[in-house]
Design a protein around this ligand. Structure first.
Ligand code: HEC
Length: 222
């Protein structure tokens, strides 16, 4: 009696198992998923405007739904200092008159400038500043019209403007060098090659340094 009972039970279990395994199917023939959102979270595309798919404009309501938003107009990156002059001849002249090196000269600063010059300028302007760089010597670049020597009549402001935007065949170095680094190189060019008496007392730069320190202190505790 007991045996028949067990047999019936196991038969029923087997049938139930077969039915449950084979009966539930989605329309596409796949097994159903429990809480599908957990497996397939909605794909959020940081750089895709959902209004546009492969160049085709789609649903208007989805337009401009990118997660990576464009920065607000006028946004500047942290630590970036805007430069007030435009890339044209008038502003080159204006920068030449108005801009003064905001960094006080010291031998250490000149040394830093020399290192930077060795990384970014030496292959054209050369170790002596006379345009004897390796690119010019190997005739990969035409002879330079400028020689860094005593009496060269180019103000530091013009130099800064040129390093920032480039001039003639010289390209812009704004993306490689911070404004501070550009001024350090100018100290090196003027003190090193042009034998100018360097300015060791820049009051403004002390103030700027104090502000930078204050900001650093304030952001540390954030
Ligand atoms: C690819 C070669 C090249 C490199 C690299 C280069 N320069 Fe020049 N530089 C030139 C040429 C060419 C000129 C002349 C531009 C003109 O007047 O047409 C020039 C001119 C200058 C002048 C004169 C600016 C003026 O207003 O007339 C300065 C200062 C100067 N370069 C500094 C630098 C510094 C600093 C670096 C490194 C950060 C540098 N250059 C890197 C090719 C170069």
């Amino acid at each position: 009696m007991k045996r028949t009972y067990l047999n019936t039970l196991s038969k029923l279990t087997l049938i139930a198992a077969v039915i449950s395994i084979t009966s539930c199917k989605e329309k596409n023939g796949m097994a159903p998923e429990y809480m599908p959102d957990m497996y397939r979270s909605p794909a959020v595309e940081p750089y895709v405007d959902y209004g546009e798919l492969r160049g085709q404009q789609g649903d208007e309501s989805l337009k401009n739904k990118m997660t990576a938003k464009q920065p607000v107009k006028g946004t500047i990156p942290r630590g970036f200092q805007p430069y007030a002059y435009q890339n044209n001849f008038e502003d080159y002249e204006k920068a030449g008159v108005n801009l003064k090196n905001p960094i006080s000269y010291s031998e250490d600063i000149e040394k830093e400038g020399k290192e930077l010059y060795g990384m970014f300028c030496i292959h054209c302007h050369g170790t002596t500043g006379q345009g004897d760089g390796s690119l010019v010597e190997r005739e990969k670049f035409p002879p330079l019209p400028v020689k860094f020597a005593p009496g060269l009549a180019i103000s530091e402001g013009k130099m800064f403007h040129t390093i920032t935007y480039g001039k003639g065949l010289m390209g812009s170095h704004a993306s490689q060098l911070t404004q501070e680094e550009r001024w350090k190189i100018i100290h090196y060019i003027r003190a090193g090659f042009m034998e100018e008496k360097p300015n060791t007392t820049v009051v403004d730069s002390v103030i700027v340094e104090q502000v930078i320190e204050e900001v650093a202190k304030a952001t540390e505790t954030e």
